[in-house]
Design a protein around this ligand. Sequence first.
Ligand SMILES: Nc1ncnc2c1ncn2[C@@H]1O[C@H](COP(=O)(O)OP(=O)(O)OP(=O)(O)O)[C@@H](O)[C@H]1O
Length: 279
Amino acid sequence: MTTISVRNVWKEYDERVVLERINLEIESRAFVALVGPSGCGKTTFLRMLLSEESPTRGEILLDGKPIAGEPTAERGVVFQRYSVFPHLTVLGNVLLALEFEKGGVLARLFGTARRKAVEEARAMLDCVGLAGNEKKYPAQLSGGMQQRLALAQTLIRKPKVLLLDEPFGALDPGIRGDIHALMRRLWNEEELTVVMVTHDLSEAFGLATRVIAFERPRLDPVDGDRYGAVIKDDIEVWPRRIAGQPSPHRDEAKTITAPGRDDPAQDQGQVRDDLALPA
Ligand SMILES: Nc1ncnc2c1ncn2[C@@H]1O[C@H](COP(=O)(O)OP(=O)(O)OP(=O)(O)O)[C@@H](O)[C@H]1O
């Protein structure tokens, strides 16, 4: 169970007010989409949830306790630009995330611990539809596959909160549909509370349980920095989605045949069918 409470949060950079009076209660396992015009502070808000930035005023609580002052494993993040390590293989990328988590000061695992970690990493790659690609390097993967790798890298650390900053913004529409299906499945299967920034309203309503719209309602013609964005709308998506209770009718489970379409191996005739979900 992971709830997020945002209490009267403001964010100012010098004289510039970016966000003001933000109050939000996010229930455990919600999937919240943040939308709003460019520059209204969505990423800034996400970075505060991650502790990459801190509020100028107000507080953010995780399960009723103030969030740690720096990023921690309980909060995982995936950005729009691919954040995987280019010099490591697919398996190496996921393994490194585990080694950072469990490997202590050396960030290395040995013997049985390493064998277990490799098993765990392979299972996670299978889960995101990348089985069979373990030895490849990120440059050999398509954009969609790299984002699935970034998801695997983040999820292997078992975060309670998953923060997504336009993670699918750079992908082609067809591939986006596939990765949306994967995202729905992960949200249903893992114990995750998700907060996602997106510019795409259909993505927001297609994935989230709740859509929060930021907007700057007041403009000072003399001092443009005087007022920040507030929560303009807070919309519960209807019919309701409940984590762990996927609805094939409403969420087109049929699109979960993902891996093939964004896999360059497809072009060489290697069609894969290992990701299809049971009906
Ligand atoms: N470290 C910083 N120092 C000063 N100003 C900043 C800093 N980070 C963000 N800002 C400003 O805060 C405002 C909000 O930026 P932010 O990136 O959060 O908006 P956004 O809604 O995510 O925009 P977009 O949709 O274009 O990504 C912008 O005007 C930006 O210039």
